[in-house]
Design a protein around this ligand. Structure first.
Ligand code: RFL
Ligand code: PHB
Length: 389
């Protein structure tokens, strides 16, 4: 098979890019290792920045997002004593939208056949070839047979564990990494949220987050040591811990219910550079990971895809090879700022095992400063709703 762009991975990055390229009349094929149902079964992000909302609108795939997404004009930081509201709307003029990654993925997936976007699920042993040439190709196995796709570009949207990043030679690659000594234990339940906006809490006992998917579905997290296992956290224990960490105000309104999903996700900050080598571009988690504290992962995937689609459209419409050459620097400039925000919010809101009384006093002072300073709140708000693309 021959195409212009071979996209590896049908998560939000790969599907969004596929749709953007099809909208520009650029042929592409998406290869996904898993089944569609498996991809939809992953419970992940919930908070959308404007870049993600705008991309879905531009694609004309935002009907459900507009109908079901919850526009959030603010969120709160809790320090065990009070809720510090960050008024996103008043401070930045804009908001975020709560709409699950699962729903975005479903909207993109459902629209693929009618938009002529070919997605090949259950593609095994995907391998990239000749990425530093002008004629790269991808091989994969499906239904017991080996297949080959020849392309002008390959875009790796295959997440942190996919093969694309590894196709860039070690001699040109740089990696930056910070692994955190805790993970987030998340619970999804069909109960109304305890608060109308998200609450991020830093309590003596650790971090907690009250989030939601809809008016009847809640998503909560606490941080736990990496050695913890889900088996140690029956639902009641987790609800008890959330009620303590979120503070009296939010806890008073918690409705408990059986977990639909419960899992532990490790936290990591990671950047791979460059995000392009020869005819291979990387987008989303394939190139970088942020800790979930800033709600940036999915949104960064959307901004990468925006830059990549622009570069590829420039190349195919105007033979603009410079557009491709600029992609990595352009994407990384935004990636690093989002890494900084996610890292700093993680640092502010979690207890690190190495922290002593001094570090704790710094967190208390910073939260107190944020509570009193409109400038500090504005900086957090500006980053949370999403930096310009
Ligand atoms: P994905 O979603 O991991 O998709 C990659 C796809 O590539 C496929 N793949 C392969 N396909 C073919 N061949 C191979 N060899 C392949 N290897 C892998 C995979 O099966 C998969 O389908 O990456 P993408 O598209 O870059 O999207 C990134 C986002 O998924 C991720 O950044 C966010 O979920 C992060 N994240 C959050 N982001 C936000 O913006 N807001 C949030 O509120 C938020 N909360 C979260 C999060 C991530 C979490 N976890 C579990 C990591 C909360 C959590 C708990
Ligand atoms: C979520 O709802 O899953 C969620 C919300 C905000 C975050 C991270 C995760 O910062």
């Amino acid at each position: 098979m021959k195409t212009r762009v071979a996209i590896i991975g049908a998560g939000p990055a790969g599907l969004m890019l596929g749709h953007l390229l099809r909208a520009e009349g650029i042929d592409c094929v998406v290869l996904e290792r898993q089944t569609g149902d498996y991809v939809l079964g992953r419970i992940r992000a919930g908070v959308l920045e404007q870049i993600t909302v705008r991309t879905m609108a531009r694609l004309g795939l935002d009907a459900r997002l507009k109908a079901e997404g919850m526009v959030e004009d603010g969120f709160a930081l809790a320090d065990g004593k009070r809720l510090i509201r960050i008024d996103l709307k008043a401070l930045t003029g804009t908001s975020v939208v709560v709409y699950g990654q699962t729903e975005i993925t479903r909207d993109l997936m459902d629209a693929a056949p009618r938009r002529g976007l070919e997605v090949i699920y259950e593609a095994g042993d995907v391998a990239l070839h000749a990425v530093d040439s002008d004629a790269p190709w991808v091989t994969y196995r499906k239904d017991g047979a080996e297949h080959r796709i020849d392309a002008r570009f390959i875009v790796g949207c295959d997440g942190y564990y996919g093969p694309s990043r590894r196709a860039i030679p070690a001699s040109v690659a740089r990696e930056y990494e910070r692994v955190y000594p805790f993970g987030w234990l998340g619970i999804l339940a069909d109960v109304p949220p305890c608060h109308k906006e998200l609450v991020y809490a830093n309590h003596e006992r650790g971090f907690a987050l009250a989030s939601m998917r809809s008016r009847t579905r809640s998503r909560y997290y606490i941080d736990v040591p990496l050695t913890e296992s889900v088996a140690n956290w029956p639902d009641e224990r987790l609800w008890d811990e959330l009620a303590i960490r979120l503070g009296a105000q939010a806890a008073a309104n918690i409705t408990r219910g059986p977990s639909l999903e419960k899992s532990i996700a490790p936290l990591r900050s990671y950047v791979f550079a460059p995000m392009r080598h020869g005819s291979l571009l990387l987008c989303g988690d394939a190139a970088h990971i942020v800790p979930p504290t800033g709600a940036k992962g999915l949104n960064l995937a959307a901004s990468d895809v925006h830059y990549a689609a622009e570069a590829l459209a420039g190349f195919f419409a105007r033979h603009d090879a410079d557009a491709i050459a600029r992609y990595s620097d352009k994407a990384l400039a935004r990636v690093w700022k989002c890494e900084r925000f996610s890292w700093s919010l993680t640092r502010l809101m979690h207890r690190f095992p190495e922290d002593g009384p001094f570090e704790r006093a710094m967190q208390v002072a910073e939260l107190d400063y944020i509570a009193q300073s409109r400038h500090a709140q504005a900086s957090i708000a500006e980053n949370y709703v999403g930096l310009p693309v």
